[in-house]
Design a protein around this ligand. Structure first.
Ligand SMILES: Nc1ncnc2c1ncn2[C@@H]1O[C@H](COP(=O)(O)OP(=O)(O)OP(=O)(O)O)[C@@H](O)[C@H]1O
Ligand SMILES: [Mg+2]
Length: 244
């Protein structure tokens, strides 16, 4: 088993004091793997990603990166720690061109700027052909590629991706998830929220199911694929309730 990169232990977090959305969530993401988080709408998937990114206050529990605690990290410190966050919505500047988006993303890259830009162009040939087009004119799939390219500008070791395939055609969704898989081949660790259960289980290594802000089931994606419990949770059936 590769080494743990990210670990959440008993994470309790929410937007309003004394009204937690997450109730003691545990999660581990191992190096160069894809860990998927699935669960119904409102389960707390985005809240968990935001809590890791320091955007939602954690009131109990701990979050560690490479064994070092980063609970309630200042979001502007994330890139220094090698973490990139690709939000669920509004993850690119639509009125700017692709080149301008990348220029902004690369503003802290210093001497590595050109090398990273060149690598992104090799990684995302579809963006290279449209550098001077407005980002808003891209197809849904290409927008997600741009959002990920922006994230990669800081050369992260861990990428938090919130539903990168939402609203995409099945083919575009497949391409985005395959791109995520390709990133792990270069040693990057990915924590991915995915609304398509089958796709999440097919493309990830390990999977956590959340509901009502709590861990429900987790396991190797291959083992969960075809598991009845997974279907039950999605059908609102047997839910593990704690203090409910
Ligand atoms: N900014 C906010 N302020 C207060 N409550 C919020 C905020 N954002 C989300 N919530 C609440 O937190 C709970 C979990 O929401 P969250 O967005 O984490 O769910 P999710 O699992 O990502 O759902 P989806 O699949 O719809 O993206 C919901 O009850 C939601 O109403
Ligand atoms: Mg969400």
């Amino acid at each position: 088993m590769p080494e743990p990169v990210l670990s959440c232990a008993g994470v309790t977090a929410g937007y309003v004091r004394d009204l937690p959305i997450l109730h003691g969530v545990d999660l581990v993401a191992h190096k160069a793997t894809i860990t998927a988080i699935i669960g119904p709408n409102g389960a707390g998937k985005s809240t968990l990603i935001k809590a890791i990114a320091g955007l939602v206050p954690v009131s109990a529990g701990a979050i560690a990166l490479n064994g070092r605690e980063i609970t309630n990290i200042r979001p502007d410190r994330l890139s220094t720690e090698g973490v990139a966050y690709v939000p669920q919505n509004d993850n690119i500047f639509r009125t700017l061109t692709i080149r301008e988006n990348l220029t902004l993303a690369l503003r802290r890259a210093g001497a590595r700027r050109e090398a990273i830009f060149d690598r992104l162009m090799t990684q995302f040939p579809a963006l290279k052909d449209k550098l001077d087009d407005k980002a808003g004119s891209l197809s849904g799939g290409q927008r997600q590629f741009l959002a990920v390219a922006n994230a990669l500008a800081s050369e992260p070791r861990l990428i938090l991706m919130d539903e990168p395939s939402a609203g995409l055609s099945p083919k575009a969704a497949e391409e985005v998830l395959e791109m995520a898989r390709a990133l792990t081949d270069s040693g990057v660790t990915i924590l991915l929220v995915e609304q398509n259960v089958t796709q999440a289980l097919r493309l990830s290594d390990y999977c956590y199911i959340l509901a009502e802000g709590r861990n429900q089931v987790d396991g190797k994606a291959a083992d969960l694929l075809g598991d009845r419990v997974v279907a039950d949770i999605y059908l609102g059936g047997r839910r593990k309730r704690v203090n409910a």
